[in-house]
Design a protein around this ligand. Structure first.
Ligand SMILES: [Zn+2]
Length: 414
């Protein structure tokens, strides 16, 4: 057991912070108790860590990342830039670095094979708890279908263990979902509009309503949520009407107030992924730059309208192709888009767990939940950017086990 004593507790529910708190981590990797120092009894034999002046938070959650992506070129997407062994070890390093920054859970929305999840679970490599989409789905000429300009086509990751991810027609999408679940996929990711390609612009539709309904139905039958890339246009409408569980990006939702209402009614989450578009704006290919710049204003407006309509907006970076290990940048961008720092923290903890369907296990510092915790030096409500400072993220606990300890005062203090 371990007692974190004296810090300010932000529990991930959105409730007021608790100063001079105690969080008790039990031997089973669960939170035993959390509250004010006066309210929580600490047995004399329990090791204590004095975290006075620091803030304790739930482990952070990124609802949309690509841990196996290292660039947007076709060469990189096809896995031609380096041997697979080098790439796999590089991914291992990213997993470790990401956990070190306080991200204890990451939903990978495409191209990380499920073996990495097994490797983390077995302790072969340190990393966040993973929910893995494996191969995203799209129809022919959709987001997963990436031929060369010549028309030459090959498997997206040149990896025979990963499903192809391109499926057409009602029967085709049902079979594709089953194939993904067969390899251990946790979440079904689908591209329902384009982005960043001259031949498939951000408001071009991928699946018909009939196809997408079948995809969602089959996923739900198999107990999987559907995370849907949809930026705008008719495809965005189809996605909401088909009942997907989260809209990824959703940049033009501000133009569709009825869709925001539908999302709120259906309990669908919005994962705006502001981080990735800040990169696309200046560093993307010409089409991606143009599209990102065009919808920037809408994207910020979308976050604000979604919040006021009661849609849960959660944190996801989608930044893997550009940069790894700075996932907390999204929390800063959500604040810039109009959230309070507390709302932003909930978007990256309690609500994020809900988006992943893990709200009973993760996301808040509540007795009985898995003990994923981060201690940061300072007050993230006063300055949300401190979560991006590796030196200030001083303690990372996942499943009740310490993965990083920059405090090293266990047993001292009171
Ligand atoms: Zn993505």
């Amino acid at each position: 057991m371990l007692a974190l004593v004296g810090g300010t507790l932000i529990d991930g529910t959105g409730q007021e912070p608790v100063s001079d708190s105690v969080v008790l981590v039990g031997d089973q990797g669960r939170i035993e108790a959390a509250g004010t120092r006066g309210a929580v009894q600490i047995a004399p034999d329990i090791p204590r860590l004095d975290i006075t002046g620091k803030t304790v938070l739930p482990g952070l959650i990124d609802c949309h990342d690509h841990l196996a992506s290292f660039g947007y070129s076709l060469e990189s997407r096809w896995g031609l830039t380096e041997p697979r062994s080098t790439r796999d070890l590089r991914i291992g390093q990213v997993l470790e670095d990401t956990l070190r920054t306080g991200y204890t859970t990451v939903r990978d929305c495409g191209w990380l094979d499920t073996g990495f999840k097994t490797a983390v679970d077995e302790g072969l490599v340190a990393g966040p708890r993973l929910l893995v989409a494996s191969s995203p789905l799209s129809p022919t000429h959709g987001g997963q279908d990436r031929p060369a300009d010549s028309g030459h086509r090959r498997y997206s990751m040149s990896d025979p263990v990963m499903p192809y991810g391109i499926a057409d027609g009602v029967d085709g999408v049902r079979a594709a979902v089953r194939e993904l679940v067969r390899v251990g996929t946790d979440v079904i990711k689908v591209f329902q509009t384009g982005f960043g390609r001259a031949t498939h612009r951000d408001v071009d539709t991928a699946y018909s309503l009939e196809e997408l309904r079948a995809l969602v139905d089959e996923s739900h039958i198999l107990g999987k949520k559907v995370a849907c890339h949809a930026i705008g246009g008719p495809g965005l409408r189809t996605a909401v009407e088909a009942g997907v569980d989260s809209i990824e990006h959703g940049c033009y939702l501000d133009l569709e107030p009825d869709l925001l209402k539908m999302m709120a009614d259906q309990g669908a989450y919005l994962v705006p992924t502001l981080t990735v578009f800040t990169f696309h704006e200046t560093r993307g290919n010409p089409v991606a730059q143009e599209e990102s710049q065009a919808f920037k204003r809408h994207h910020v407006e979308t976050v604000q309208r979604a919040m006021s309509e009661g849609v849960k907006v959660v944190a996801g970076t989608d930044a893997g192709g550009w940069i790894h290990g700075n996932n907390a940048a999204e929390l800063e961008l959500l604040v810039q888009a109009g959230m309070t720092p507390m709302q932003s923290l909930v978007a990256g903890t309690g609500w994020a767990a809900g988006c992943l369907g893990l709200e009973r296990e993760l996301g808040t510092v509540v007795p009985g939940k898995i003990a994923d915790l981060v201690v940061v030096d300072g007050d993230p409500l006063a300055d949300i950017t401190i979560l991006q400072d590796k030196e200030r993220v001083q303690l990372v606990i996942k499943d009740g086990k310490i993965h990083h300890d920059g405090i090293t005062q266990i047993g001292r203090g009171s």
